[in-house]
Design a protein around this ligand. Structure first.
Ligand SMILES: C[S@@+](CC[C@H](N)C(=O)[O-])C[C@H]1O[C@@H](n2cnc3c(N)ncnc32)[C@H](O)[C@@H]1O
Length: 397
């Protein structure tokens, strides 16, 4: 093996435990990120690196030269036709260091090929392709921003795909939404920001039909796996798109829902307008979100620029009114008993108390014969709200 040319990154990962814990996560992320960029890698000795989306799909462009999990993996690109020197290689090592792991990523070979770029070009490549991206990646706040995107704003990657199949912490909200909406087989539901489709699955069990939009390709993939039968039966349509420009015609839906989406929207009123446009007259809308009390808790972390945006009741009502809705009100159900039933760990159940979560209910105009929006007192006992009591639910319209 030639001597390393670039020691690209060395990370001490003390919080994640020994290499046996770190390697599977790291490798899962590497293969997932490769796939996102159009490359497939077989995770085994001699495994092939193939182009997934290029002109010649399946063509082998490299392979796994060394496969020794959880300690080391080495990937080698196939030298191109002009190659005279050693083929470019990347080695990923995980070494135990105290109770943690030292991850080292190293590059070798690939530069002394015939017809290789001149030295200054190579330095230019190093600057623009390696050094500057690394510099920007380590800028203050970038990791937190990345984690927000990864986990909430546009979830992706193996951990988010697994989490959103059945997001335990969202299940109390799902229950409150569904019990309040009282879906019927003649309902046509819109979900904005459907994530992994766990709420859709429950909604579709009522016999209604549905359509949903999300701007995360990973989430849409999970949502389609989770709801394969409904998709095949034509009872569900999943679309890639943005809440600000819903890919649906006007007046299509009888009801609409957003669960955990509001904190990530740059323009909540714009999104609400789109929901309003696509609802039929009399259509009902519910959004479930966390209150500002949640800042500083494990559910939202500290309030910071670019992070999750949490709104008080007044703001939510203002958004709904500006979008054209009427019969607007907020509810603060006590979902702690539901949290316990669905398996939220004891020390996090307080986050489902009335101060921490809010349901915004609204309707597009009025229409005879449409179901009433739930009132606090009419909600089933399990999700009974404190609306109209201590938190002084906001009612308007
Ligand atoms: C925290 S997740 C909630 C997922 C799901 N609703 C649930 O409760 O489990 C937020 C979801 O909203 C989606 N989302 C955020 N902003 C969006 C936008 N502007 N347009 C479409 N989807 C968006 C994200 O991709 C993500 O799937």
């Amino acid at each position: 093996m030639p001597a390393p040319r670039t020691a690209v990154v060395q990370i001490r990962s003390h919080g994640s435990g020994p290499p046996g814990n770190v390697f599977p996560v790291l490798w899962g992320e590497i293969s997932s990120a490769l796939l996102q960029r159009g490359w497939l890698i077989d995770s085994e000795p001699g495994g092939r690196l193939r182009a997934a989306r290029e002109r010649s799909p399946g063509e082998e462009v490299g392979h796994v030269e060394r496969w020794d999990p959880p300690h080391e993996v080495r990937l080698v690109w196939k030298a191109d036709a002009t190659g005279a020197g050693p083929a470019p290689r990347l080695t990923v090592q995980c070494r135990a260091e105290g109770a943690g792991t030292l991850v080292r990523v190293e590059h070798s070979g690939g530069a002394s090929q015939r017809g290789a770029p001149r030295e200054e070009q190579e330095l230019g490549w190093l600057a623009s392709e390696v050094v500057v991206p690394l510099l920007l990646a380590i800028a203050p706040g970038r990791l937190v921003e990345w984690a927000d995107d990864r986990g909430g704003r546009r979830p992706s990657g193996p951990a988010s795909r697994a989490l959103y199949q059945e997001p335990v912490y969202h299940r109390p909200g799902f229950q409150a939404i569904l019990e309040g909406l009282g879906l019927r087989p003649d309902d046509v539901l819109l979900e904005v920001g459907c994530g992994g489709g766990a709420l859709l699955k429950r909604a579709l069990a009522t016999g209604c039909t549905a359509a949903a939009v999300d701007h995360s390709a990973d989430m849409l993939a999970v949502a389609s796996q989770q709801n394969a039968r409904a998709l095949a039966d034509g009872r569900l349509q999943l679309r890639y798109g943005d809440a600000a420009a819903l890919p649906f015609p006007g007046e299509r839906f009888t009801c609409a829902v957003m669960s955990g989406v509001l904190p990530w929207l740059p323009d909540p009123v714009g999104a609400f307008r789109e929901v309003f446009r696509t609802l039929r007259p009399g259509g009902r809308f519910v959004a479930w979100t966390s209150t500002p009390r949640t800042y500083g808790t494990p559910a939202a972390g500290p309030k910071r620029r670019g992070g999750a945006r949490l709104y008080d009741d007044r703001a939510l009502v203002r958004f709904a009114r500006a979008a054209g809705f009427s019969e607007i009100r907020t509810d603060h159900p006590d979902l702690r008993p539901v949290a316990r039933t669905v398996g939220v760990p004891r020390h996090h159940r307080f986050l489902f108390g009335p101060e921490y979560g809010v349901l915004l209910w609204a309707r597009r105009g009025r229409a005879a014969g449409r179901p009433d929006l739930p009132r606090g007192a009419a909600l089933p006992r399990r999700v009974r709200s404190r609306a109209g009591r201590t938190l002084g639910s906001a009612r308007t319209g």
